[in-house]
Design a protein around this ligand. Structure first.
Ligand code: PMP
Length: 437
């Protein structure tokens, strides 16, 4: 009976909703509620959410829900009026940034934040050229698809625009230069600098966009010193450096609140989103006074929903929960534990797992055939996520070969839940091997 109903829901969706809104899993899940680390389907099955990076403080967190409700029942309006929550939240948020980043523009999504960053960079530099890292994803608008090799190089993509220039992704495992090669980091840095100089020789650079850990690239940690050197080169050519922290921000990576801090750089513009409202659509651009003043060129910036009091209340509540529950510390603690355990799995299945990487609760497990990084295995990665789903664990895959299992749970995950996650991965790989799939 339920199968008929589910098929009807799927068919209705196909009839009414854009067909390229994709669904997770071979058998999509019909959800009815969520709480904390867990999602519940219509049949009462409970799933541990290990991919819920948006719901950073846990699903339907009481403090966030109550703050939204309370603010929505008192006042919801737009930034053309004065209201206290704007000051309260802005001050709180800016404390997490280096002093130089002192001006906020509130928007509603990561794409909107990056699109605004792009406008600011264009306005500030009068430049026409963009530098991005291979396999980066910066958003779904037309302008950002063009800055996202992850999209424009893959199915349905229209290829690279001539004013977009791609740095090789410094992938230590499968890249052009690898960790066991002499000077591998410098080779990426030197080639990157050369490319930037060549671009700047004829044309003006507008911006360099980078994720400080590449999520869609397959959880790629940039090697030490990489961003510092590339930022310096961009700046010496009068370009603007934009750090896209939409995936990695808000304490997820454990040691630092933002991933750019790991690389010891300060961007000119930082964009944040996804977890900022724990599921409520709030995002932001944070920049310098100089760039903000130059953007204030006479044209009003108005955003109907960006910076509305309810969104700001959600954002403030998220920071309060992160602080009060020491969630950044938890991300580091559980993240380190998971990495040790995933490395144990790598030793147990050396033919299947060739690398475990990540920071805090932003981890990737790289699946291959015959232990060979040049044989990325999307088949086993896909099997693992679908089998884990049966066991009550939600995971996803990514990377240019779709062979990296991503782990990015809410930061409230505890040791028992981490152990369950490991157990599911272990069982899924065992099943795959024992059944010759
Ligand atoms: N930048 C990065 C790094 C992202 O991962 C995403 C979303 N996956 C975006 C930007 C776009 O954010 P949104 O989906 O909120 O528009």
């Amino acid at each position: 009976m339920y199968v008929i109903m589910k098929n009807k829901i799927i068919n209705n969706r196909l009839n009414h909703i854009g067909p390229n809104f994709s669904l997770h899993y071979n058998e999509p899940i019909h959800l009815v509620k969520s709480k904390g680390m867990y999602l519940y389907d219509i049949n009462g099955k409970k799933y541990l959410d290990a991919i819920g990076n948006i719901n950073i403080v846990g699903h339907c967190n009481d403090h966030v829900v109550e703050s939204i409700y309370k603010q929505a029942s008192i006042l919801n309006t737009n930034t053309r009026y004065l209201y206290n929550i704007m000051e309260e939240y802005s001050e709180k948020l800016l404390k997490y940034f280096p002093k130089k980043l002192s001006v906020i523009y509130f928007v509603c999504s990561g794409s909107e934040a990056n699109d605004l960053a792009l406008r600011m960079a264009n306005n500030f530099t009068n430049g026409s050229e963009y530098i991005v890292i291979d396999n980066a994803y910066h958003g779904h608008t037309d302008s950002l698809i063009n800055l996202s090799p992850y999209k424009f190089k893959s199915k349905g993509g229209q290829g690279r625009n001539s004013n977009v220039h791609i740095l090789d992704m410094p992938d230590a495992v499968r890249g052009k230069y690898r960790f066991n090669e002499n000077q591998w980091i410098n080779k990426y840095i030197n080639e990157g600098k050369e490319l930037i100089d060549n671009v700047a020789f004829n044309k003006k650079i507008s911006a360099f966009f980078s994720e400080s850990i590449l999520g869609c690239g397959g959880q790629i940690i940039l090697p030490p010193n990489y961003l510092k050197q590339i930022f310096n080169k961009i700046k010496s050519n009068n370009g603007v450096c934009v750090s896209d922290e939409v995936q990695t921000g808000f304490g997820r990576i454990g040691k630092n609140f933002w991933a750019f801090e790991e690389q010891k750089v300060i961007p000119d513009i930082c964009t944040v989103g996804k977890p900022m409202g724990n599921g409520h659509p709030i995002a932001a651009v944070i920049t310098t006074r100089e760039i903000a003043d130059s953007f204030n060129n006479g044209m009003e910036y108005f955003n109907s929903f960006g910076g509305n009091p309810v969104s700001l209340a959600a954002g403030k509540a998220v920071l309060e929960v992160i602080e009060n529950n020491k969630l950044q510390e938890n991300a580091q603690k559980i993240g380190n534990y998971l990495k040790i355990k995933f490395n144990d799995l790598k030793n147990k299945f050396p033919d299947k797992i060739c690398d475990v990487r990540g920071e805090g609760l932003f981890i990737g497990v790289d699946l291959v055939e015959k232990g060979n990084p040049d044989l990325p295995d999307s088949k086993i990665a896909n099997f693992i996520i679908n089998h884990s789903k049966k066991l009550g664990l939600l995971l996803s895959t990514d990377g240019p070969y779709d062979n990296v299992v991503k782990i990015k749970p809410p930061l409230i995950i505890n040791i028992d839940e981490a152990n369950y996650l490991i157990e599911c991965l272990d069982k899924s790989i065992n099943y795959y091997i024992n059944n010759n799939i």
